[in-house]
Design a protein around this ligand. Structure first.
Ligand SMILES: [Mg+2]
Length: 355
């Protein structure tokens, strides 16, 4: 029976031809369609490090690929693509050009971000790749954000942030400490400025009802994003464990999950009231993974905002962002996600094995 295959490779000098290949329109388009990767224009090339790694690489190449890159012009070479987890942190694909003379000992890794920079790799460094077993989901657990991801974005940000700023400055926090912060940063900065003790508790007590009020206001308008229920059901059926990690409080979260019938699919729900710090801190994700009994590198975070991206990176979890929520998440420079979803059901392509 096929199992996960682990392979350690050493970083070797890049190949300009491969970088050019990834930039081709048809290659970019098929990587987006086949793997929901918005590819960084370049590949990371690895050499299998030892005999066991060479055997692992041969075993991967003998598998049916996850999908194929097929050129519109038969004069170009085609390539096989295999899903891979990279260094226990990122996810991407390994591309094998099907062309005579292509060296067999080169493993070309394509990902949503520049891996050399993101993992601080130099020539000769070792990196572990994990090729999930072909019949299994590529991620054992999927952690979802709530607002903007499973439901549409309805929080009245402008009024809520004004109320939160007013409350913390009334308690003596200098206004400039929270001036440039969003709803999560206002709380974080105010608590940091307060240090420990009584003022901290007074800040928490003053902010909690404001957050709750705006949660319950938004809750009245929240509706499911297209395909949300079917996506959760499809992942559950495939054996994935699902959890929610949200900056919304417990009251609003429980109410909307019950109203929209999402609670049945979620094995863990971590809210603003449960985690010590809001996203983009990673605590909520770590709590959810702990409850699911799943290591970070076998999970996937799905969100719509920079807070989700930051929280996933803080917790060492690969991350997919879905368009049309809170933030514009294309072209983020070094802060690029592993996967870009146009719609929530695109997630099934990322997580489930090929039919
Ligand atoms: Mg969100």
């Amino acid at each position: 029976m096929d199992a996960d295959v682990r392979l350690t490779g050493t970083v070797r000098a890049g190949c300009r031809e491969a970088a050019g290949f990834v930039r081709l329109d048809w290659v970019t388009g098929q990587l987006r369609a086949g793997a929901r990767i918005d590819p960084f224009p370049g590949t990371l090339n690895l050499h299998p490090a030892g005999p066991a790694d060479r055997a692992a690489w041969a075993a991967v190449r003998a598998r049916t690929p996850d999908f194929r890159l097929v050129p519109p012009d038969p004069a170009f070479c085609s390539a096989d693509a295999y899903r891979v987890r990279i260094g226990g942190v990122f996810a991407g694909v390994v591309v094998v050009p099907r062309v005579a003379g292509h060296p067999e000992d080169v493993v070309e890794v394509v990902a949503g971000m520049g891996l050399r920079g993101a993992l601080d790799l130099a020539q000769g460094d070792a990196l572990e790749l994990l090729f999930p077993a072909p019949g299994n989901p590529r991620h054992r657990a999927v952690l979802f954000d709530l607002e903007g991801t499973l439901v549409d974005f309805q929080w009245d940000l402008e009024r809520a942030e004004a109320d939160l700023r007013r409350a913390v400055t009334a308690l003596g926090i200098p206004p400039d400490r929270v001036a440039a912060q969003n709803y999560a940063g206002i709380r974080q900065r105010a608590l940091e400025a307060a240090g420990s003790g009584a003022l901290r508790q007074r800040i928490e007590a003053a902010l909690r009802p404001i957050y709750d009020r705006y949660d319950l206001d938004a809750e009245q308008r929240w509706s499911l994003r297209p395909g949300a229920r079917d996506t959760l059901a499809g992942l559950s059926r495939a054996g994935c464990r699902l959890a929610l990690v949200t900056n919304i409080g417990r009251a609003g979260t429980d109410r909307v999950l019950g109203r929209l019938g999402l609670d049945q699919h979620l094995a863990a729900v971590v809210t603003r009231d449960d985690a010590p710090h809001l996203k983009p801190a990673g605590h909520g994700l770590e709590m959810a993974l702990d409850r699911l009994g799943c290591p970070a590198d076998e999970a996937l975070m799905v969100g719509d905002s920079l807070a989700d991206l930051g929280a996933a990176r803080a917790a060492g979890v690969p991350v997919a962002v879905v368009s049309g929520g809170e933030s514009v998440l294309r072209g983020l420079g070094p802060h690029r996600p592993d996967f870009v979803l146009d719609t929530l059901p695109d997630l099934l392509t990322v997580v489930l094995p090929p039919a």
